[in-house]
Design a protein around this ligand. Structure first.
Ligand code: JF5
Length: 306
């Protein structure tokens, strides 16, 4: 959000006159502009209000991130602000009409100021889409499955637009049209069906924004993180050393840092083999010790099973 209080821009003129992200926020941001601009289009813009809390809201306040949520109904001109209609060819449910989407997306394209894509400032983000077309992410069960790799790719881009569909989806023609103006990415967050793209967009925005340098508090907690290297995390413990009769694993109290590192690595391998064997198959840099540990877990498991 580029405006301090309202989460949504309720109409086109308000945004057009009000909130240039580059002129808002802290002094450092004023000099260089936000590292990334995110726009979201939805018929439930209030739904996205949660993004203002914690990390992402702070980054917006600091001017590192601009986040603008647009109400699709602001781009309708009939008495009932109609955004949907029945499907050609018949069938259940309703389809989102093309024209409001085109007007909303054109509004966003028109707002891409000289601060983005042109001038010396644009060098600040050297992502794949920097200086080129903005990225349009359309949440859909029919999209490519979003993962940490894609989050990292998106975090390097300078302008992300999320199109939150509802009902049965959006008229395919405006999606095809958008592909000429945006780097178009239909994205699934998993094999289940949601009522609309809002929650899926929030998931992706959170996963991406925490990867933007300076947006998360502790950069170390990122590199040591689950999925960063394709393995699940090791179990973690804090005081007391004995809780309701349960001890913290002794090795963690030993002060032997090498042994602790090996133990943690083994727990990661063990956990991953147990709940996400598909992740192990994708790894190509397992050490001799890693492979030996995996063999041990494998034989231990078959001992338990029989
Ligand atoms: C959506 C029409 C979009 O349901 C999803 C979804 C499931 N996995 N990933 C995304 O998207 C929302 C619903 C209806 C368009």
């Amino acid at each position: 959000m580029s405006e301090p209080s309202p989460m949504t821009d309720s109409d086109t003129p308000a945004e057009a006159t009000g909130s240039d992200p580059v002129t808002q926020g802290g002094a450092s941001a004023e000099a260089v502009g936000p590292q990334m601009s995110i726009d979201v289009v939805s018929i439930f813009p209030e739904y996205l209000a949660g993004l203002q809390l914690s990390l992402i809201g702070k980054a917006v306040d600091r001017g590192q991130l601009s986040l603008d949520v647009h109400d699709l109904r602001d781009f309708t001109f009939d008495r009932h602000n109609t955004v949907d209609d029945s499907p050609y060819g018949g069938g259940a449910g309703m389809v989102m009409k093309a024209e409001p989407w085109a007007l909303a997306l054109e509004h966003i394209l028109a707002g891409r100021s000289s601060a983005e894509g042109e001038g010396p400032e644009s060098a600040q983000s050297a992502g794949p889409a920097a200086g080129g077309k903005p990225t349009l992410i359309v949440p859909s069960p029919a999209g490519q499955v979003f993962d940490q790799r894609i989050a990292e790719d998106l975090a390097a881009r300078d302008h992300l637009v999320f199109a939150c569909g509802r009902y049965e989806g959006i008229d395919q023609r405006v999606i095809d049209w958008a592909g000429e103006h945006f780097d178009l990415l239909p994205m699934s967050i998993g094999d289940y069906v949601l009522n609309g793209g809002e929650v899926a967009s929030m998931v992706m925005i959170e996963a991406v924004s925490r990867l933007i340098p300076g947006v998360i508090g502790n950069p170390k907690s990122l590199t040591e993180e689950s999925h960063e290297d394709g393995l699940l995390e090791y179990p973690i413990y804090t005081k007391p050393a004995n809780w309701r009769g349960r001890d913290v694993p002794e090795i963690l109290l030993s002060g032997n840092h090498a042994a602790i590192a090996r133990w943690r690595r083994d727990r990661r391998l063990e956990r991953t083999a147990e709940v996400r064997p598909d992740l192990l198959e994708r790894l190509d840099d397992l050490s001799k010790d890693d492979l030996a540990a995996l063999q041990r877990f494998e034989s231990e498991r078959s001992t338990v099973t029989e």
